[in-house]
Ligand binder design. Structure first.
Ligand SMILES: [Zn+2]
Length: 221
């Protein structure tokens, strides 16, 4: 143990990046805590490779290059602007970028998602939409094949002065939006396993919403 502590520059102390398959056309790089890096989802369309969040682990850009051997078009979707989700952006090759307005302030490039946007890429159908969220402004979710819905950190609380808070108005809107999603598998970044049943996530959020106090804008969790 002491030897490891002395070797503080040894890259082996970093978590390893693992690639996990969700189904035929969808895989993801698992999240790590050292360094803090969110799930990076890779979806193989016919024309393009679609990436949802780019993480912050330094091994991710190289891993993404090896996954795109045929140099297809790369479209990046960013869930929100936090560093563990967008940290690798300057090291990644991409052709198009989709994000919320606040995330755009960090990237200054690409398309701002402010309403539902749909793409069909071979057998893959993609649905991008703004997700009202307490965690961060301008969250964007990605639903794939009406089966999986990638939510980033969107359903989590905001961290404020050591407290974890939900904005009750945003939470109410979020529950409404999520109920209208067709996919049954809600994919929550940083969680193991990645996917949770839609009903379970909505029940969890409704339970939190039920704890709101009259005349209080925030719910402490
Ligand atoms: Zn976040």
């Amino acid at each position: 143990m002491a030897v490891r502590e002395i070797n503080y520059n040894n890259s082996k102390s970093m978590d390893e990046c693992r690639l996990i398959k969700v189904d035929n056309d969808i895989s993801y790089i698992a999240p790590t805590s050292n360094p803090l890096s969110a799930n990076v989802v890779v979806i193989q369309g016919r024309e393009s490779e679609w990436i949802y969040d780019v993480g912050a682990h330094p091994d991710i850009p190289g891993l993404l290059e090896t996954l795109n051997q045929d140099s297809r078009k790369v479209n990046v979707v960013l869930s929100h602007f936090h560093g563990d989700h967008i940290g690798n952006l300057s090291k990644i090759r991409y052709d198009e970028m989709y994000q919320g307005r606040l995330t755009y302030k960090h990237t200054n490039t690409g398309v701002i998602i402010e309403s539902d946007v749909y793409f069909q890429d071979g057998d893959i159908s993609l649905h991008l939409f703004p997700l009202p969220s307490s965690h961060a402004k301008g969250c964007v979710a990605l639903e794939v094949n009406e089966k999986y819905c990638f939510l980033g950190d969107g359903v989590y609380a905001m961290e404020k002065g050591g407290s974890r808070l939900y904005n009750s108005g945003l939470l109410r809107e979020q529950i409404k939006v999520l109920k209208s999603v067709k996919a049954d598998n809600f994919m929550l970044s940083h969680k193991m396993p990645f996917g949770k049943p839609k009903d379970v996530v909505i029940m969890w959020l409704e339970e939190i919403y039920g704890r709101r106090e009259k005349n209080e804008a925030y719910i402490k969790v």
